[in-house]
Design a protein around this ligand. Structure first.
Ligand code: FAD
Ligand code: AMP
Length: 489
């Protein structure tokens, strides 16, 4: 063995997305000799840390959502404030360049953090060859670069977009979510398959910039995991021709085929709700985005003989502490069960690092907030009404609409509401659901309330600054017991 091959580590983390890089930094902070291996090559052909989240997920999508919202506000909403903005133009290339700069700065920031904390980094594809051995090969040539030994291994390999057989990805016209973030000219007609968070956010970006956006969703319910009342409110808002989004969302629309002809995408879908069962519908789009979910990256990562178990959908099986069926091999983030969210993966990374160092830590899986960054935004944490009913929990509800909020009115953002669900017996808050401007920021207060096991009474007795959107929590908490001041109880 060469010297290089003999390297011995306390922890080897495979994957430098928000799960892996956070785990690696914490391990190093705890005094563990840590290496992180990643294979990501970005659009410019450069090695880039941060995984899906920083390169083609959370960050670039939010950068484009921000830019497109500013344009739309200037175009359609400034006038009401008495500001005229004529001759507005969108320079999509500049918008993309700004997004790229945001991504580049943040991904390079991880390299700096690795250096500052003493995390070693290897660029290449990792494969676990025995319970404490990892082989690293060149991403393109597949040639072995080196081999390392680690007392603990953390699998944080993330996920990739699900592909559809009936709609093969083609460079120009049929795109996955990553390519949809790189479009450099506003498509006239944009089709999106899948009305999940990613489809709705990407649809919002391009619709605000002027595309006619049609979203085809196979299911009959819109956002079935969301509190029914808020899902209905959101759907009504997104499809409204005068709304910020103007999305044409078609439920019960099952994709049959998509083909590129003369640089256009010919789509055939079935309206499964139609009484006329022959109901195949044809559409033509300039571009089609496939946003039908993501699948875990666990194939070819380890041999069966190692005994690391996976479920039928290829998620690596773990316990509450994110330990796999093999001692000292952990798995975190999108590659394991639970919501595919960056913050969920990061928290698991922190927990596993502490566990390896012999400390106690856990993740409160009941209180992981979810956000959909449309306008207005949708954010929720804890149980919704349907889940309370299914669990036989007696509950109370207090709601407050933003139309009655002074700050929301002053901001011209009076759409939406806050809904607080409490346990009828203990008065503890067990769910908070928000549809409003800045719901992504407001939800943090709800998570804190619930982590501190606040009751509606506690929130009712808390002083909120006036005028703020957050006052809606105060009023909704008062409303739980019929004491709201600014609405009729
Ligand atoms: P990833 O971020 O996927 O990182 C995995 C890393 O592992 C990658 O860098 C990959 O190169 C590396 N890797 C994989 N296999 C190997 C191997 N064999 N060897 C070496 N390296 C390997 N989540 C949110 O919470 N908020 C959002 O607003 C949000 N928006 C999103 C928008 C879009 C368009 C998309 C696509 C996703 C979004 N997500 C969002 C989801 C979020 O990006 C993921 O949940 C998150 O990135 C998962 O983190 P992870 O570390 O588990 O995996
Ligand atoms: P998410 O998993 O939240 O990103 O959402 C993906 C959405 O895509 C889900 O709501 C799926 O129902 C939807 N979907 C999956 N396959 C198809 C299909 N063939 N046609 C239309 N919608 C689909």
């Amino acid at each position: 063995m060469t010297k290089k091959q003999e390297k011995q580590w306390d922890v080897a983390v495979i994957g430098a997305g928000p799960a892996g890089y956070v785990a690696a930094i914490r391990c190093a902070q705890l005094g563990l000799k840590t290496v992180c291996i990643d294979e990501w090559i970005n659009h410019a052909g450069e090695f880039s840390l941060g995984g899906t989240c920083l390169n083609v997920g959370c960050i670039p999508s939010k950068a484009l959502l921000e830019s497109s919202r500013l344009y739309q506000q200037a175009k359609e909403e400034f006038a009401v404030h008495g500001i005229s903005a004529t001759s507005l133009k969108v320079d999509v290339k500049q918008m993309q360049a700004r997004k790229q700069k945001v991504v580049q700065d943040l991904t390079q920031g991880i390299q700096t953090l690795f250096k500052a904390n003493g995390v070693s980094l290897i660029s290449g594809r990792a494969k676990i060859t025995s319970i404490n051995k990892i082989e690293i090969s060149d991403r393109s040539t597949r040639k072995k670069i080196e081999e390392l030994h680690a007392r603990n291994i953390i699998i944080a390999t993330g996920s990739s977009p699900v592909r559809l057989q009936q709609a093969q990805i083609s460079d120009d016209c049929i795109l996955d979510s990553a390519a949809a973030l790189e479009i450099d000219k506003v498509p006239k007609r944009l089709g999106i398959i899948g009305a999940g968070a990613i489809g709705l956010e990407l649809g919002s970006v391009w619709s605000r910039l002027g595309s006619e956006v049609v979203i085809l969703e196979a299911m009959q319910d819109f956002l079935p995991m969301v509190d029914k009342k808020l899902a209905n409110l959101m759907k009504r808002s997104l499809v409204n021709k005068n709304s910020a989004s103007r999305l044409d969302i078609r439920l019960n629309a099952r994709l049959i085929s998509a083909e590129v002809k003369n640089k256009k995408v010919q789509v055939i879908y079935e309206d499964t709700a139609s009484s006329n069962k022959r109901g195949e519908i044809k559409e033509r789009f300039d571009k089609l985005v496939i946003a039908v979910g993501r699948k875990p990256n666990s194939d070819r990562l380890f041999g069966e003989e190692l005994g690391i178990e996976r479920d039928e959908r290829s998620f690596v099986l773990v316990n509450k502490k994110c330990q796999t069926s093999v001692p000292h091999i952990y798995a975190i983030g999108d590659v394991v069960r639970g919501p595919m969210l960056a913050h969920k993966g990061s928290e698991e990374g922190l927990m596993v690092a502490e566990h390896i160092a012999g400390n106690f830590a856990e993740v409160n899986y009941d209180l992981i907030p979810s956000v959909i960054y449309t306008h207005p935004e949708l954010a929720w944490v804890g149980k919704n009404e349907a889940e309370c009913k299914a669990a036989g929990i007696e509950y109370k509800v207090g709601s407050f609409p933003f139309i009655a909020s002074g700050r929301a009115r002053a901001m011209n953002e009076s759409e939406g509401l806050v809904k607080i669900i409490t346990d009828a017996g203990s008065d503890r808050v067990i769910g908070v659901h928000i549809f409003s401007a800045q719901a992504s920021e407001l939800i943090a207060q709800a998570v804190l309330m619930m982590e501190m096991q606040a009751t509606a009474e506690d929130i009712a007795l808390t002083v909120f600054a006036h005028p703020t959107l957050a006052e809606a929590f105060h009023e909704a908490a008062l409303a739980v017991n019929g004491r709201a001041i600014h609405i009729k109880n």
